[in-house]
Design a protein around this ligand. Structure first.
Ligand code: GRF
Length: 212
């Protein structure tokens, strides 16, 4: 559906793909990725961290790992559509300036417009805290609990023009216990996310079939 996915070039240890990580909050997924990239030679390297919120705790990891960070707040405008477009245009410019080859959404809480997605499709990847297509949207853990599900999980997928509808690359299951609160479940899912996402990136960047 929509524009085709265009995969980035094949990354290698000697010439890793240049990644930008987009966050909005705590950045535990970002930290897991940075630790992974520092634990061994990888086919990708984080060159830029962008947050849509200048108070995002995750921005501190940029300082810790000496990676450029930018907070890009939503610009002032009464027109909501115009605001989103302006915001994404600034992000796009920063990505191009830094020669970014792959965007990794890692707890980025804004929905990107189809116009932005088209420019990066195949080079734009996301992790979602459910087994898609179940429980898309911003409240996946709450929705799974309210549904009485006993299993949920996380999904790494390419981003398309829809919301959490892009091509699925890999999933990991997580049990739901009767005593779970949203927070407990969120944390259990994050543990799996922190293992799955870096591995999927290793394979996707190396043009290898995805191993779980
Ligand atoms: C993760 O659960 C991710 O799946 C979702 O947002 C959460 C981000 O957490 N999109 P953190 O900011 O990485 O701690």
């Amino acid at each position: 559906m929509g524009a085709p996915y265009i995969q980035p070039r094949q990354g290698s240890i000697s010439h890793p793909l240049r990644i930008a990580v987009l966050i909005s909050g705590g950045g535990s997924g970002l930290l897991a990725l940075l630790n992974h990239q520092h634990s061994k030679p990888t086919t990708h390297i984080t060159k830029l961290i962008i947050s849509d919120n200048e108070n995002a705790k995750g921005l501190q990891y940029g300082d810790d790992f000496q990676i450029s960070t930018i907070a890009i707040n939503l610009p002032q405008s009464h027109d909501r559509v115009q605001k989103r477009i302006l915001h994404e245009n600034i992000i796009h410019e920063r990505l191009i300036e830094s020669n970014i080859e792959l965007i990794v959404l890692n707890g980025y809480m804004r929905i990107l417009t189809p116009e932005f997605v088209k420019k990066w499709k195949g080079r734009l990847i996301n992790i979602h805290p459910s087994l898609l297509p179940k429980y898309p949207g911003a409240n996946a853990q709450r929705d799974a609990l309210e549904d009485g599900a006993t299993i949920t999980g996380c999904t790494v997928h390419l981003v398309d023009e829809g919301v959490d509808t892009g091509k699925i690359l890999a999933q990991s299951e997580v049990p739901i216990l009767q005593t779970d609160t949203i927070e407990i479940l969120q944390n259990r899912i994050k543990e799996k996310e922190h293992l799955l996402y870096p591995k999927v990136l290793d394979d996707y960047c190396a043009h290898q079939s995805i191993q779980r």
